[in-house]
Design a protein around this ligand. Structure first.
Ligand code: NAP
Length: 258
């Protein structure tokens, strides 16, 4: 039986990973701050699929909260809980204002959650995975990582580069690493970030189930980066092939911040 730890499992992409992985028979360790939502999800998935649903309530921006999740990831076969085979670094949020107009404390919290936290959790998880000779890490990045799109995109660019480099380091140990790069996906992300995206056309939106399904498929196929949807595949192609200055201008004027 596979055990998967998902951060930010109380809503959106994280909750969707929990549903799709439970349907495939994985036991879950669900991490977020909202205990009621995590418990409801764990109970529902246990009764529907018979899988284990551990709830680990933690604010990952608090030293103690992050340390408890790191300790869970470091558990080995001799411990009272199952070792974690798959880590999904998903918890995150965006900010409503561009860097010059946002509070430095908010910028620092966002940078921490999008970079320092996944780095620490990955560091805790990898020794066990490499010793067992199997495992996987999915880092939820963004298409915003592909071009200069503010500090959110810069943090996600770190996460994508980290994933691609770690993938090479862990390949000899049979541990897979995937950077998942969604475009606009219907979750609570935009509302929590205070973004008004009412003018965004329908074609720009992705379905959360499709994004997660594609990522699990790409992980299985050993791809380094997962992009869902023709519109974001075209965006990724343009980001790679247009002159950087032209692509950056296009990104600043037309691209959504997530
Ligand atoms: P969401 O619905 O707002 O979910 C965010 C999750 O992160 C929630 O479960 C939240 O849980 C958790 N979280 C936030 N702060 C936390 C903290 N300090 N400690 C622990 N958990 C925390 O948004 P989403 O779209 O699913 O976002 C998931 C990931 O996808 C993020 O990394 C985001 O950057 C990325 N992404 C999203 C989009 C999009 O358009 N939706 C596009 C590209 C990338 P609690 O509030 O219960 O703690």
């Amino acid at each position: 039986m596979t055990t998967v730890l998902i951060t930010g499992a109380s809503s959106g992409l994280g909750a969707c990973f929990a549903r799709q992985l439970a349907a495939r028979g994985a036991d879950l360790v669900l991490v977020a701050r909202d205990e009621a939502r995590l418990t409801a999800a764990a109970d529902e998935l246990h009764s529907r699929y018979g899988v284990g649903g551990e709830v680990l309530v933690a604010d990952l921006l608090e030293r103690d909260g992050c340390a408890r999740v790191e300790a869970r990831l470091a558990a080995t076969a001799g411990d009272s809980v199952s070792p974690v085979d798959v880590l999904v670094n998903n918890a995150g949020f965006g900010l409503p204002a561009p860097f010059p107009h946002s509070a430095i404390e908010d910028e620092e919290r966002m940078l921490d959650l999008l970079t320092r936290v996944p780095m620490r959790l990955t560091h805790a998880a990898t020794p066990g995975m490499t010793a067992r000779g199997r495992g996987a890490i999915i880092n939820v990045s963004s298409v915003a990582a592909l071009l200069p799109t503010g500090t959110y995109g810069a943090a996600k660019a770190w996460l994508t580069a980290f994933s691609e480099s770690l993938r090479v380091d862990l390949a000899p140990h049979n541990v897979k690493v995937l950077a998942m790069c969604p475009g606009f996906t219907r979750t609570e992300f935009q509302e929590r970030a205070g973004m008004d995206l009412s003018s965004l056309p329908d074609w720009a939106w992705l379905d959360v189930d499709a994004v997660v399904r594609q990522a699990l498929h790409d992980l299985h196929r050993g791809k380094p980066v997962s992009v869902t949807g023709w519109q974001y595949k075209a965006y990724a192609f343009a980001a790679r092939h247009l002159p950087r200055a032209v692509a950056a201008k296009m990104a600043r004027s037309r691209t959504p911040k997530n």
